[in-house]
Design a protein around this ligand. Structure first.
Ligand SMILES: CC(C)(COP(=O)(O)OP(=O)(O)OC[C@H]1O[C@@H](n2cnc3c(N)ncnc32)[C@H](O)[C@@H]1OP(=O)(O)O)[C@@H](O)C(=O)NCCC(=O)NCCS
Length: 177
């Protein structure tokens, strides 16, 4: 299935301006892709837990997580898009960071998180979230989009390949906790 997706552009004040109607029609359900707002923070955190990110065990840690999501929404070099269904529930999200490299004049778009909640998968929502990122990356004249995906996420790998992403490097991690 191919759906139109919402297109945004940042204005001189670094605010998003809507360029298009953000609608994906899935039977009776309508999905809109839009930048996240502060009110979305609890739902964004819920999606991150579903993605397998750690759940806070203390209120102070939850407060820090909320602050980090708020910063991701408000910083000019970062953003979050959410997919919202017509019953005003956030059902998916993608986060974006614009990175500078020493030998590249143009930014690289890095996507640290992408998730569609289980019940809503395989209906084109993930594709629309990524297409929105691609649109924004082109607007920002990025030279590429990069992301990492756990070796175990075989379905996600197929999803990315279908969207034209290539597996080009290995990622090495050293845990320090
Ligand atoms: C990966 C993910 C974001 C895709 O979102 P989605 O809304 O389900 O994806 P779409 O419906 O847009 O799928 C587009 C294509 O990807 C492929 N795809 C998606 N899910 C798939 C699955 N489980 N198995 C095989 N292929 C799959 C399909 O081929 C589909 O193509 P089609 O339209 O021809 O059927 C979603 O499955 C998800 O949240 N997974 C769990 C979290 C995760 O792995 N996130 C990525 C972290 S790197």
């Amino acid at each position: 299935m191919n759906f139109d997706f919402l297109a945004f552009k940042r204005d001189a004040d670094n605010c998003f301006i809507k360029l298009d109607l953000p609608l994906i029609i899935i039977f009776y359900m309508t999905i809109a892709i839009r930048p996240a707002k502060k009110n979305d923070i609890p739902l964004v955190l819920g999606l991150l837990y579903e993605l397998g990110r750690p759940k806070p065990q203390k209120d102070s840690v939850l407060d820090s997580f909320r602050t980090l999501v708020k910063k991701q929404i408000s910083d000019s070099d970062k953003t979050i898009f959410v997919a919202e269904s017509n019953d005003v529930t956030v059902v998916g999200m993608v986060s974006v960071i614009f990175l500078s490299r020493l030998n590249q004049i143009q930014y690289e778009m890095y996507i640290p998180e992408l998730i569609v909640t289980e019940k809503y998968r395989n209906q084109g929502i993930g594709t629309s979230l990524i297409n929105t990122c691609i649109f924004l990356a082109k607007e920002k004249k990025c030279h590429k989009i990069r992301l990492e995906s756990g070796i175990q996420r075989k379905e996600a790998h197929k999803f990315y390949e279908k969207l034209g992403f290539e597996s080009k490097s290995l990622s090495f991690t050293k845990n320090l906790d």
